[in-house]
Design a protein around this ligand. Structure first.
Ligand code: FAD
Length: 332
């Protein structure tokens, strides 16, 4: 498994960077800017050239005004139409394409979120270009680095497409400062494309805890917890003592110990908190794919040979049923 080792050299020339203009697609929910989508702005800044934000949905002029304060955004384009509130790709893709064409952008970046993964392949298809997905580094105006095989290999790709359509791994590009900028706000074009899909309803898991994807600290439990009762008895009190979000391995989710919205890994969420503390997780490659960029990794496992110790900065070999309550008490 490869962990990134410092920046790769940039291969851009200043004369080229002046021609670059990047559109960063921002996400909003009920009129609130989704700060995690600002990773697209951070990645865009690494390209050089001008960076414009784009947001659509009802009442998004206010969202655009908020986003215009983000450092590094020269302009924010908004389209105020409730038809885009849920980010359905069927009408959002033609909307974005119209605005890309109007602005003549050389690069279009969006988060590698559910929204970005749904939207950007359609945008690429409409523009007849090949998308570059889930980048973790920018190597130049046409060169990008992305993990493949669940992070087992790191690929450097070069694209010759005129318009580069890219999704960005949020954990690889820390969000820019959200104050201090003074970008312009401009209304975009609205093609009002037909939408063949109707939004019916959504069931969102609600929690007072920090959001797993963006939390500073995460406490995760695995199959070693043995049951949902033990998971609920041990993991939430430890997370509460640290003001941390809760995560879980896929084995814990599949065994019904934790909700699948808490799964960390290749087929779950990517997290990169300051501290990732896990108990009863072996460290399978698919789990590591979702948390190996955490700043400090700490683990509790009774098997000293468990692979998690190979990526952990701090490891405790011991029985989690003793060690987790002890740690929780000490943290309190
Ligand atoms: P195990 O591997 O069973 O490990 C349990 C650990 O608990 C062991 O190391 C054991 O020593 C320890 N333990 C047991 N009892 C105690 C105790 N009393 N005290 C201390 N330690 C104890 N997995 C993910 O997590 N996320 C993903 O997104 C994901 N995606 C996948 C995608 C694909 C295509 C595939 C094939 C697999 C995927 N997996 C994913 C599954 C992954 O391969 C592992 O099966 C899973 O991560 C194992 O979870 P675990 O570490 O909780 O369980």
């Amino acid at each position: 498994l490869l962990r990134r080792n410092g920046p790769i050299p940039l291969n851009r020339h200043s004369s080229v960077s002046r021609l670059l203009s990047t559109l960063a697609v921002l996400e909003q929910r009920e009129g609130k800017l989704n700060v995690s989508s600002l990773a697209a702005v951070s990645a865009a800044q690494k390209l050089g050239g001008s960076v414009t934000g784009f947001v659509a949905g009802s009442g998004t002029k206010a969202v655009a005004e908020e986003a215009a304060k983000v450092k590094g955004l020269e302009k924010v384009i908004f389209v105020d139409n409730g038809a885009y509130d849920k980010g359905l790709p069927e009408n959002f893709a033609p909307l974005l394409v119209e605005n890309i064409k109007k602005g003549g952008f050389s690069h279009v970046l969006a988060g590698h979120s559910a929204f970005g993964k749904n939207l950007m392949p359609r945008v690429a298809a409409l523009l007849d270009t090949q998308q570059v997905s889930d980048i973790i580094e920018v190597g130049g105006e046409d060169t990008f680095v992305r993990p493949i095989y669940a992070g087992n290999a790191i690929l450097t790709v070069q694209t010759s497409d005129d318009t580069k359509i890219i999704t960005v791994r949020g954990t690889a590009f820390p969000a820019p400062e959200t104050e201090g900028g003074s970008g312009a706000v401009e209304e975009g074009v609205d093609p009002k494309a037909e939408c063949s899909t109707e939004w019916i309803s959504e069931n969102l898991a609600k929690s007072d805890r920090p959001d797993l994807a963006t939390a500073d600290k995460v406490v995760s439990g695995g199959r070693g917890l043995k049951s949902k009762e033990q998971f609920d008895k041990l993991i939430p009190p430890l997370a509460d003592a640290m003001n941390a979000a809760i995560g879980a391995s896929r084995a814990a989710v599949d065994s019904g110990f934790a909700d699948n919205s808490l799964q960390v890994g290749q087929t779950g969420k990517n997290v990169a908190p300051q501290l990732y503390l896990c108990a009863g997780i072996s460290g399978a490659i698919q789990h590591l794919a979702g948390m190996k960029d955490s700043k400090v990794i700490a683990c509790i496992n009774k098997d000293a040979d468990a692979p998690i110790f190979q990526v952990a900065d701090v490891g405790l070999v011991g029985d989690l049923f003793e060690k987790v309550p002890e740690l929780t008490e000490k943290l309190k």
